[in-house]
Write a protein of this length. Sequence first.
Length: 320
Amino acid sequence: MPNSVTSIGNNAFRDCSNLESVIIPNSVTTIGNDAFSSCSSLEKIEIPDSVTTIGNSVFSYCSSLESVIMHNSVTSITNFTFFHCSSLEKIEIPNSVTTIGDGAFYNSSSLEEIEIPNSVTSIGISVFSYCIRLKSIIMPNSITTIGNSIFYKCSSLKSVIIPDSVTSITDFAFEGCSSLEEIEIPNSVRTIGNRVFSFCSSLEKIEIPNSVTTIGKSVFSSCSILKEIEIPNSVTSIGNYSFDSCYSLEYVIIPDSVISIGDDAFYNCSSLESVIIPNSITSIGKEAFMNCSSLKSVIIPDSVTSIGESAFLHCDLSLI
């Protein structure tokens, strides 16, 4: 491209499937939406430091793209920038970036590691969904929310360090991270959304801090080797399907702060042998302990006014 070019417009080179290389001159300041989308032969690209604005989906479906160099002039990685870039193995995000948009690296299935700089204050939804080779990630102290489905189905992700700045982990954040063995939730976190750790089949133990007041539905559903969990005194309810199909769960402490146990909360927890329900509980939802085939004893306090249908169906109870 000649030095006279100052902007690359929307869809400029979209679907140029034989395009293998591009040299963007220093005169360019703006790259429009989908500019190189579906350039399936493009292997590498350098974005010069003159570029300050990159549109949405700029390199989406560039399935051969392995290397990207960005300079400190870029302030935002926009929505779906590297969507389905299945050959992208590594990328360095410059310190100038403050925002990573929705689905930015969605299904970048060769990406193994990434470091997000402290300059980033906002990370969108589904940013790393289906990054199946992503093993580790460093999250910056600048973010306050871990967005919906951010690591959904990242099946190779083994460990994550959540910074003290985070106050909320939202729905589906780590669902299907089947290699996740450990995660530390800091005391800053107040809310854990729906299905956050569901189908994390390698998660054996997790500690929920006293700062957490809300645990969403199905939050640990199908965590098949989770053996024990202590629910902190700050939690007031155990949501529907919270521990559904946690087949290895043997031990759970329900604190006096909890007033309700939701529908199917411990459904199919086939290794659960005993449970003590505190005097604070007023309701036990339907099928709450259904198919807990090892459950032999349960103490139901006088505070309970409602027990849902099939709450203890197919339990081996000998003492109530």
